[in-house]
Design a protein around this ligand. Structure first.
Ligand code: HEM
Length: 379
């Protein structure tokens, strides 16, 4: 690869790489809200009084604004993450058919249980959203929140294991004989930990927007406690989330660098060579904007809207850079001529118009649902 990704590839291959990366970014954004959000909920359920001593100490953290918003929105976000996962799932089968299917088969039962686990987590999210749960014992609520977060962690583990297995054709015979899908535990742990920590800034950005929107609608929370200054509580929560996002993003960058060190020499030189160096620069500069924005947000009493817009923009640039670097790693290890052939064949068959029609249709339906909910919530 002697040009910046995806420049220099043949037309159909470059096209499929671009649509794959862009659709994956949308999936990752929504998936991040689900994964980090469920971990946040599990944390506040296990440690409900962690903020005791503050002026809001008497309200358990499970009833704080962030937890309430997460319980309300996680089922919707999960369906969004799943829907948004379909597009990259289609493109990956065009780009890397053999690698993807082989890894699926070798993962075996672990791959097969992903869907039942997601279905179960989906229903559990609705139970967590229901009013009846407040009458249940703390033990059950803790068990439920851990079960939901554990399910999403398991799904993330499966996607990462599947991805790593698909990259390593020389490992396939051993994986088939032994049933062991993990070739290198350090590489898997570092990659998975990079993803998990990396989901918090994305969740934090979306949550910040939601908290801003909630400021004018705190009346509906009077049922929890009428003597609480919800506005102050929302601003405190916003700053806390900005702090967690900041720490998680720095951890994610460090973990990504450690993962980089585990990669073969050829892959590393492509990443730091012409193909990847500009993407690394984009990743680091967008992370710089996010870090500055999150610090500003943490310091500000009311939360700065212009910085939140800047952080949101930087987040999408950062995710695009990360997804592009991720693809350079894969392309270096893939059979390039097979990838060129399969994308050429797919381009001849067509289907783009159909894909676009259904994308617009789905986006319209999702927007319509959001509008209906907003209209119902409007004061
Ligand atoms: C909330 C549940 C889910 C979580 C937590 C999750 C998590 C992840 C993670 C962590 C990755 C990156 C793997 C890596 O690069 O190491 C990923 C990739 C991906 N996910 Fe999801 N995912 C979820 C649901 C789904 C669903 C239901 C679909 C399909 C409809 C999907 C489609 C994809 C695709 C196509 C990729 C790219 C795979 C690759 O390039 O190898 N995901 N997901």
């Amino acid at each position: 690869m002697n040009q910046m990704f995806p420049i220099g590839f043949e037309g159909p291959l470059a096209f499929y790489l671009v649509v794959y990366v862009l659709t994956l970014v949308v999936h990752v954004f929504l998936m991040a809200y689900v994964l980090a959000g469920s971990l946040w909920l599990a944390w506040v359920t296990v440690f409900p009084k962690a903020t005791a001593g503050s002026i809001h100490g008497e309200i358990p953290r499970t009833k704080h604004p962030a937890a309430r918003i997460l319980r309300d929105w996680l089922p919707f976000a999960l369906s969004g993450a799943i829907t948004a996962g379909v597009a990259p799932l289609l493109f990956i089968q065009i780009l890397y058919q053999q690698q993807f299917y082989t890894a699926n088969v070798l993962l075996g039962w672990r791959w097969m249980v992903v869907i039942p686990v997601l279905v179960m987590a989906f229903y559990l999210l609705y139970i967590m959203k229901s009013k009846i749960i407040s009458q249940w014992s703390l033990g059950i609520r803790i068990g439920l929140s851990i079960c939901v977060a554990g399910s999403f962690l398991f799904v993330a583990f499966c996607w990462t294991t599947n991805h790593l297995l698909s990259l390593n054709a020389s490992q396939w015979p051993v994986a088939y004989e032994t049933g062991d899908a993990v070739q290198s535990l350090p590489a898997l742990s570092l990659r998975l930990a990079t993803w998990i920590t990396g989901t918090f800034p994305a969740m934090g950005v979306l949550m910040s927007w939601q908290l801003r929107g909630m400021k004018s609608r705190t009346d509906s929370w009077r049922d929890v406690a009428s003597d609480v200054n919800w506005l102050t509580l929302i601003e405190d929560e916003d700053r806390r989330i900005a702090w967690v996002s900041l720490a998680a993003m720095i951890a994610s960058l460090i973990l990504a660098f450690c993962y980089f060190l585990t990669l073969p020499e050829e892959v590393r030189s492509n990443l730091t060579g012409t193909a990847g160096i500009l993407w690394i620069a984009v990743l680091l500069s967008s992370s710089g904007v996010m870090i500055t924005g999150l610090i500003r947000q943490r310091r500000s009493h009311t939360g700065s809207k212009s910085w939140l817009i800047a952080v949101t923009g930087a987040l999408f640039v950062q995710l695009t850079a990360a997804a592009s670097l991720r693809e350079i790693i894969r392309l270096t290890q893939a059979d390039l001529s097979a990838v060129v052939q399969s994308t050429k064949a797919a381009a001849e068959i067509g289907g783009l118009v159909m894909f676009l029609v259904f994308t617009v249709l789905n986006a319209g339906l999702i927007a319509f649902c959001l509008w209906l909910v907003r209209r119902k919530q409007a004061p």
